[in-house]
Design a protein around this ligand. Sequence first.
Ligand code: G6Q
Length: 568
Amino acid sequence: MTRITETPAWAALAEHQQAMSGVHLRDLLADDPQRAQRLTVDAGALFTDYSKHRVTDETMRLLFELAETAGVRRMIDAMFAGEKINLTEDRAVLHIALRAPADATIIVDGENVVPGVHAVKRRMAEFAEQVRTGEWRGATGRPIRTVVNIGIGGSDLGPAMAYDALRAFSKRDMAFRFVSNVDGDDMAEALLDLDPAETLFIVASKTFTTVETITNATTAREWLLAGLGVGPGSSPEAGYPGDVGDVGDVGEGDAVARHFVAVSTNTAKVAEFGIDTANMFEFWDWVGGRYSYDSAIGLSLMVAIGGLAFDEMLHGFHEMDEHFRTTPFERNLPVVMALLGIWYHNFFGAETLAILPYSQYLGRLSAYLQQLDMESNGKSVDRSGRRVDHATGPVVWGTPGTNGQHAYYQLIHQGTRLIPADFIGFLAPQHDTRHADGYRHHDLLMANFFAQTEALALGRTRDEVVAAGVPGHQIAHRVFEGNHPTTTIIASQLTPGVLGQLIACYEHKVFVQGVIWDVNSFDQWGVELGKSLAVRIEPELVAADEPVLTHDASTNALIRRYRAARGR
Ligand code: G6Q
């Protein structure tokens, strides 16, 4: 099969890049002010300005041609039709079914999956309501005050990110915590001040075999039973010392049933762990972990914000799905964002993408998108197994503005690397924090938001620096080359629906890039090797007798050092 790099569309872009490499955004914006109107996309509630990119109409035409050449349209249709486009795992890729309306039909292996999705959602909503109203009681009859989600990767990052994002909509008299790391300090800190009688654990694991999650869930179960005084429990250090109320003749099984629910595809393993499968919320193998927080994996989020707000979020996802599925590429936001990324990663050699949300509530967005993007497109063989001959997924990073401005923006402005960045902002804040004289935080935040993309694009020339009276020895240091490309995404406010749109937009952006790079964006074999080595090393760390180590010299020495330090 022809590689994308061998197509005329790729060659045309490579040639065009030569012409564009010397073009400055300062001139593009000055010579063609209309581009600020033209190079924009309205998608649902998201307004996007991409006029601060090093592109012309011709660049975009060539990029759209590349998308056509790569078969993006055909692959969009294949995904929405439930074809098994995850080739290495022989699975359909249907996160879009999680937010499809009840009357939609999406067939997998001869069965319409939509009714099942809605049935689980109804059960989730009932459960969430019971917990929120206090109708769901712990083993001693007390209502639940804290929900601890135990999961990792796709079973953690999504709900954790979305809980933070939608905190303003959450039930404030309840607390929500997310434990993922197998580092016992994570669990210890999470449990430190909790009362087991009022704590509910949601064990979120698609496979229910993930060692970190099962280890953490086991610790949590022992803590619960020891705290309630109904089991032998090993009483981890973080054991709650206070009064837990009267457990009466509650047995171990009943206690676990009142304090543990599971989200999984693996009923047998859930039962084996001791969780009542009546308290298990199901999802399906056609939902990838990093695409799953709008499935039952989002149960903790649903308890936090309620079923209605969760539905609003799903509606937002669906709106973006429809935009993506039906809008011509020229006005299709995920397609445009994907192509801009391709332009820099493949034709300018840019290696990273900064995600810079100007909202404190989006503090975990970059970490979430890091997994979405890097686990999906961090691949070096194409869908047929050949080594690719072009760059694939970028390194994704970032933190909320304006904090980053006082830290690493220096490198974006004046370093030697080209770092495209997505700026995400909102017209209205959740809290209109202000001073007595009417001075508002949000105006200052947004002034920074606009100022940064302007400064990155235009820079500051030597002449401007001299004219500003800067002392001679500082002139070179205070010049900003500019020409740093940014996308500005603005929505009216960070609501559940807007969050859904934003996340779906990035999901589809990643998809389009994966199609153009011809990689399978839906497997993650790269995480396997380290996992299997850990399984081998763990017994070597704890063995009473000196184990025979057959690793490389460095690993052997490190293991010996650890054993010695632990007195083994
Ligand atoms: C995501 C990955 C991965 C997965 C975790 C947790 O796409 O598959 O991050 O979500 O490894 O897996 P479980 O949900 O099976 O515990």
